[in-house]
Ligand binder design. Sequence first.
Ligand SMILES: Cc1cc2nc3c(=O)[nH]c(=O)nc-3n(C[C@H](O)[C@H](O)[C@H](O)COP(=O)(O)OP(=O)(O)OC[C@H]3O[C@@H](n4cnc5c(N)ncnc54)[C@H](O)[C@@H]3O)c2cc1C
Length: 427
Amino acid sequence: MNIPRTSFPRVVIIGGGFAGISLAKQLGKQEVQAVLIDKHNYHTFQPLLYQVSTGGLEPDSIAYPIRKIVKDYPNFYFRLTNVDTIDTEKKCVCTEIGDLTYDQLIIATGSETNFFGNTDIEKYSMAMKTIPQSLNLRSLILENFEQAILKSDFEERNALMNFVIVGAGPTGVELAGALAEIKKGILPKDYPDLDIRQMKINLIQSSDRILPAMSEQASAKAEDYLQGLGVDVWKNLRVTNYDSDLVSTDGTVTFRAATLVWSAGVKGATIAGLDGEQFITRGNRIIVNEFNQVKGFDDIFALGDIASMQSEEYPFGHPMMAQPAIQQGKHLGKNLVRKLNGKEMKPFKYRDKGSMATVGRNKAVVDMPNFKFQGVFAWFVWMFVHLFFLIGFRNRMVVFINWVYNYIRFDREARLIIRPYKKIRKP
Ligand SMILES: Cc1cc2nc3c(=O)[nH]c(=O)nc-3n(C[C@H](O)[C@H](O)[C@H](O)COP(=O)(O)OP(=O)(O)OC[C@H]3O[C@@H](n4cnc5c(N)ncnc54)[C@H](O)[C@@H]3O)c2cc1C
């Protein structure tokens, strides 16, 4: 990898997501040689991916070059590659651009979409976990309407305008809301010769309420908002298969739909060498102790979505959200300095700052630890928090200006098919 050995201990961080970047910022000016490895050369702000998929934001405004984040740190290296294997005996990570030894290893690889072993759903549905996937979805949505306009067969046309979203967590809810707003404000103008009233947005949740990780109050209000926007919310319904045209469920209902978006779950993005069952728990996450140390190792740590730090309060680990990742990254940065200076590490304590989701213009739900609210104020809070956590001044400005423009003009300018998406169909 062409990285010199120096007198400083080498800390290798795999993953430049919320956790990896938060750790990098802590280590930047310390007396360590830090090497950050990521398969992308940018950090992705995943909470706004749905806005890229629905043409509200350009992809560049929710991504930030990792090299720019670490450019001022004197002993920092970035390498663009996928880590394939971790060799814990040789203390090295193996990649296609070479192997690299470590003194301390940090795994911050996040999570990937969980299709729960259903290969048809994996093959034919759309995931929304990365920027390329969001751009695929954006293209497919627009291509569907371009196709629908050409169809004289009523059923075929309606299938192209039928969107099924599986999983009503924040991602599913936000995407459904954004599609409903496009249906109302944009598509009738773009496609005056198509009966957009036939467009359907189905949001399917296997449990008895949407946003199950939030309060009942937030769930009920979000459902109200969605129904008001014309989204069909299906609860206690499980999607069992999708053959690129027909969505099957465990109920009596089926859907003919050209687009199935799978936002029903994620699992830890493990790496070979540390994926044995002795290291892994529920959700394919790596078991860590209160210092984020991987079970059985003094020099390997895991952070963020990939890490499951189980406690009485969080028996299944912290929620797979940005805040635990950011807080763990910051905390581990301080702990590593303590460790390398021969001092005791301090246990991590998560400070729950609450959770939120937006359904659309003036509609959001916010659960703070002691306070729950919904509506216009919640929507402003949602926007402020997302702007605050975006990395980069330019990104914040671009997103802010886009939002103001979209709000005033009822528009979403980025509805472009720049990179056409060829949907895979079952033969
Ligand atoms: C659509 C969507 C919406 C979301 N909305 C919210 C929200 O509103 N609020 C909230 O709190 N959370 C939200 N989340 C969850 C939040 O984004 C994650 O919890 C958070 O990103 C976890 O941070 P992380 O650092 O653990 O992982 P990530 O941010 O996923 O970063 C992991 C990094 O590791 C890299 N990587 C992975 N494997 C390898 C490898 N083998 N080799 C090299 N690099 C690798 C990846 O490229 C990536 O850059 C959302 C997630 C999604 C997908």
